[in-house]
Design a protein around this ligand. Sequence first.
Ligand code: GAR
Length: 190
Amino acid sequence: MKNIAIFASGSGSNAENIANYFADSDYAQVTLIVANNPNAYVLERAKKLNIESITVTKAEFMAADTLIEELQKRNIDFIVLAGFLLLVPQKFIDAYPGRIVNIHPALLPKYGGKGMYGDRVHEAVVAAKESESGITIHLIDGDYDKGTTFFQATCPVLPTDTPHDVAEKVHALEYKHFPETIEKILHTLD
Ligand code: GAR
């Protein structure tokens, strides 16, 4: 059984969707949720899902060693960033090479980089009058929104769409594709 840890900073709707996807799997399971904000709603979701959670400060996260130990104690094989807003320090990447995946709510390399997260991304997409947006699922390599892209899916952006409309379409793509893409990536590591 492969053990997945999900790192999240906010609502955690993707974290919940991924946990539910693997709930009946005999191949992988979500064993741990890590939040960098004690008020993140993802912690409520973790309780409801009966999944252990750890809250870290930004300083603890950046120092990395203690959290990496906690991950190793729980035999975590793979890390999923689902709405996680801190840059992952190199120590994590060294501890989990090719085993940390991020989802970005746009078609990278467009609308990525520091400060580009959540609604800000959708606002930028609408402001630029893009005709499409989408999701990018990629391995992380130490810079914001860089690293090998594993999967992209697109959705149309209509001239009348608000950032909220785009967010809804992007979330729908995330819920549909992120869990099965994680599973596919896990299989490439077998
Ligand atoms: C998701 O749309 C995810 O793609 C985005 O934050 C949202 C989190 O929603 N991630 C980023 O913007 C990272 N740069 P959730 O907490 O409900 O899963």
